[in-house]
Design a protein around this ligand. Structure first.
Ligand SMILES: NC(=O)CC[C@H](N)C(=O)O
Length: 197
């Protein structure tokens, strides 16, 4: 059972990538932040973040440890899961420029490394409807975007016509990295989403 508000225990998959940054932001947003490395760790959390990093490396780890299977069954049972950047790729049912999928949970068509080498990493400032009226720094680092989504998926934000944030029930995906900024709005949004799940 998810516990309410500040008592919520939120895990961050802690194999590779921006783990500490998410743990810090969750604490700032008022949750109990837990590093998830083993299958046992997952049992104790109400919600989970899949951080940015390298999706191929994290995906291999998920497969080898069995954590991937556990995450899929918890997510199918309603556990809120948020994937940032590589995490968005891990969540997707379709990776348009690869011939594999990882967790295959979300009805989105994601393109890996979608911005190419010239535009590898960049920041844009935008308000995100439903998350923050004030413009947020959106940090893209070798980011994916979604080319399309199924009708059941709510697009939260497009930047230059590309889908960079989307929600499908208990699943949230962002192509950018809110955890490397100083603004916990997105983490609060995820906690609210998790609290009402
Ligand atoms: N910052 C990131 O998470 C980059 C994602 C990475 N390009 C991948 O494909 O996994």
């Amino acid at each position: 059972m998810p516990s309410a508000g500040g008592n919520m225990r939120v895990g961050v998959l802690a194999f590779q990538g921006a783990v500490r940054e998410h743990l810090r932001m969750l604490t700032m947003a008022g949750a109990q932040a837990v590093a998830v490395k083993r299958r046992e760790d997952l049992c104790s959390v109400d919600a989970l973040i899949l951080p940015g990093g390298e999706s191929t490396v994290i995906g291999k780890f998920l497969q080898e440890t069995g954590l991937g299977e556990d995450i899929v069954s918890r997510a199918e049972g309603g556990m809120p899961v948020w994937g940032t950047c590589a995490g968005m790729i891990l969540l997707a049912k379709h990776i348009v420029n690869e011939n594999y999928v990882h967790l295959g949970l979300m009805d989105i068509w994601v393109r890996r490394n979608a911005y190419g080498s010239q535009l590898d990493s960049f920041i844009v400032r935008r308000p995100v409807p439903g998350v923050s009226e004030k413009p947020l720094d959106l940090v893209f680092i070798r980011a994916p975007y979604a080319e399309k989504v199924s009708p059941g998926v709510e697009v939260l934000l497009e930047v230059d016509g590309k889908i960079v944030a989307a929600r499908q029930g208990n699943l949230l995906a962002t192509a950018f990295h809110p955890e490397v900024t100083e603004d916990p709005s997105f983490h609060r949004f995820f906690l609210e989403m998790a609290g009402s799940a």
